[in-house]
Design a protein around this ligand. Sequence first.
Ligand code: HEC
Ligand code: HEC
Length: 208
Amino acid sequence: MGDERLCATCHEVPLLGLGAVDAWQVGERPHSDVRAQDTIEEWRHSDAAAEGRSCRTCHMQNASHRFLGARDAAFVRSAFAVDAAVVDGVDGAMVQVHLSARDAGHAIPTGDPFRRLLVRVCADPSCERVLVHQTLGRWLSTTGADNIDTRIPVDGLRTLQLPLPLGPLLPGAVVDVSLRLAETGLESHLAREDVVVPLLQIPLEVPR
Ligand code: HEC
Ligand code: HEC
């Protein structure tokens, strides 16, 4: 153990305003209570930490020096379980999605604040027609006011209720979950593999 202190230099860092970033670069250490990355603090509250599993236990399996991370879809999928069903809501049919953490020593996703999970209900598996979607991520401001965190909490559960548009849900509809890597505004400038890691699709049972 103890490797988390090394990881903390980059994965437990304050969110700084523009002027503060200039100050940081000339060696000042301005104070901020808001964390741009909070992975070590999340890990401290995890079952994994209680069991004595460090960052390296999960991220450097097989004593290899390749870091397992966000670009490895199977590794990311191993971190949580998903189920989805069409249910009746007050204003019509909705898709209820449960995302439960399975084996990650922190919130999902963690690290870089642009990382987010995109949950989409699509008319068919190509996802050319998205019926409704929701993003699980963090939206931060340097003051800490109005900060939002909709990620899967450490060892916890996130339930989504996505209202379906009116009209029958046709066979072939799926719930599609992917990890988005980059800031939204940069996506169109990047290669696809630097934008999205497809994770899984669940076929939706169409109610009669
Ligand atoms: C010197 C800074 C630094 C240190 C120290 C550091 N990291 Fe990172 N790490 C980064 C940066 C930068 C990224 C890229 C973030 C991105 O792509 O958005 C990253 C990404 C990652 C990723 C995601 C990889 C991916 O597929 O995108 C994992 C997992 C990770 N780090 C784990 C660790 C662990 C575990 C430690 C401690 C053993 C550690 N890091 C120490 C800077 C650091
Ligand atoms: C119990 C296993 C486990 C432990 C312990 C663990 N991680 Fe992870 N980590 C994962 C899994 C699985 C993922 C992929 C799912 C995700 O993105 O959260 C991941 C993802 C990440 C990512 C990339 C997030 C993203 O989606 O881009 C970073 C950065 C990271 N971990 C850093 C750390 C650091 C630093 C520690 C120690 C404080 C740590 N992890 C401890 C399992 C673990």
